[in-house]
Design a protein around this ligand. Structure first.
Ligand SMILES: N[C@@H](CCC(=O)N[C@@H](CS)C(=O)NCC(=O)O)C(=O)O
Length: 235
């Protein structure tokens, strides 16, 4: 039996969460080696398996895969979630890269300065509802199919559901009345299982986990804030 992929990361969503989603949706069981301290992360670096001394890293098929997008693409292709031809791949790429722009904003949101929180949230929700989600709604409406690309489940659908749920955590019912897609994809058995309590899905960052992440990666608060401001300014 093939070995389960082993995911190396801290015990939180961050950049690894989309990888967890994709593996879970593909019905692939995986193990996690979660580090909790800077020392454990440094030990991993010293082991020499991190190409750029960064995580996420996924051990699979006798490779130590790094770079989130490379990992996601490998998994999508391996488990037949990456379209049937180059054009479908291009559409999937366009959808998932847009979704990444939105999910990056949401990922950095908890790191906003208290006085910027409200403004940042408004900005994220405006972008979600006027720039990004209408694209996916229109695509589904125009071709009248259940999935974004090629009339079958792909990485794009899985990432869309992940990001819709992230946006809903920022503001419940952000998609009120427009969530047929969400219900449909959530009912796919592998995805439904991942959405249940007790799965390997991680909760949103709370204050305590922000402190842990800062200690592990030696992030300065200013770095987060700079990221958030840059992202808000760019989109
Ligand atoms: N381009 C990389 C960025 C990875 C990255 O920044 N990882 C952070 C944790 S989420 C890290 O390992 N930081 C430690 C460092 O850069 O020294 C990817 O997308 O995977």
């Amino acid at each position: 039996m093939a070995e389960k992929p082993k995911l190396h990361y801290f015990n939180g969503r961050g950049r690894m969460e989309s990888i967890r989603w994709l593996l879970a949706a593909a019905g692939v069981e995986f193990e996690e080696k979660l580090f909790e301290t800077r020392e454990e992360f440094e030990k991993l670096i010293q082991g020499g398996t991190l190409l750029y001394e960064q995580v996420p890293m996924v051990e699979t098929d006798r490779m130590n895969l790094v770079e989130t997008r490379a990992i996601l693409r490998y998994i999508a292709a391996k488990y037949d979630l990456y379209g049937r031809n180059l054009k479908q791949q291009a559409w999937i790429d366009m959808y998932v890269e847009g979704l990444k722009d939105l999910s990056d904003m949401i990922m950095f949101f908890p790191l906003s300065l208290p006085e910027e929180k409200e403004m940042n949230l408004e900005h994220i929700l405006a972008r979600a509802t006027t720039r990004f989600f209408p694209v996916y709604e229109k695509a589904l409406r125009d071709h009248g199919q259940d999935f974004l690309v090629g009339n079958r489940l792909s990485w794009a659908d899985i990432q869309l559901l992940e990001v819709i749920l992230m946006a809903e955590e920022c503001k419940p019912s952000v998609l009120a009345g427009r969530n047929e897609f969400m219900a449909r994809i959530s009912h796919i058995p592998t995805i439904n299982k991942f959405l249940q309590l007790g799965s390997q899905r991680k909760p949103p960052l709370d204050e305590e986990s922000i402190e842990t992440v800062k200690n592990i990666f030696k992030f300065e608060r200013g770095m987060f804030l700079k990221n958030m401001s840059t992202i808000v300014a760019e989109y």
